[in-house]
Design a protein around this ligand. Structure first.
Ligand code: PNS
Length: 166
């Protein structure tokens, strides 16, 4: 158990790319824990290819969270609970948007809990304005020339437009 003044949490995700919804969860989570490590999945076999490389995804998260003093960003390619354990985290923090997230997260929760019962999973409800925002939706909008500037950090909007213009 971490002492009360060193409560570390991991906020994991593929972040392909990071959205303002992720940032909302990250900025609220870092107010609850002493240190928050954003873990960027570097092994997305479950979902196939990512649009952005792990290095790019890590850089986007780093740049978007620079103002938050207790947030660090790292790629990981092990089991999430192993990564959390190695970093001394007591919790995994995730955002929950619509009910559709619940079933998947319940499954992940049971997998993760079975592997590491000592690491608690904590869920923050998405703010209403982001409850239907997901990276895949942003990529689809961007592909068809939709407006994405309000949905992702400026650097990400620029990178998406550049990537999709090729
Ligand atoms: O929905 P996301 O953003 O792709 O979530 C990824 C992640 C790692 C948070 C989710 O798949 C999860 O909780 N996985 C638990 C199982 C695990 O450790 N997988 C290996 C990931 S490298």
């Amino acid at each position: 158990m971490n002492p009360p003044d060193n409560r570390i949490a991991v906020c994991p995700g593929t972040f392909d790319p990071i959205t303002n919804g992720h940032l909302d969860v990250i900025s609220r989570a870092c107010a609850v824990f002493d240190a928050l490590i954003v873990g960027v999945v570097n092994h997305p076999w479950r979902k196939g290819e990512t649009m952005f490389s792990a290095d790019e995804r890590v850089r986007f998260v780093e740049n978007a969270t620079r103002e938050l003093g207790n947030v660090t960003v790292e790629p990981f390619s092990t089991l999430l609970v192993e990564f959390a354990r190695e970093r001394g985290a007591m919790a995994i923090v995730k955002g929950l948007r619509a009910i559709s997230d619940f079933e998947y997260e319940l499954e992940m929760n049971q997998l993760n809990r079975r592997q590491a019962p000592e690491i608690e999973s904590v869920y923050l409800m998405a703010s209403a304005k982001y409850s239907f925002l997901r990276s895949s939706g942003v990529k689809e909008l961007a592909t068809f020339g939709g407006e994405i500037d309000e949905l992702v950090p400026d650097e990400v909007a620029k990178a998406l437009k550049e990537r999709l213009s090729h």
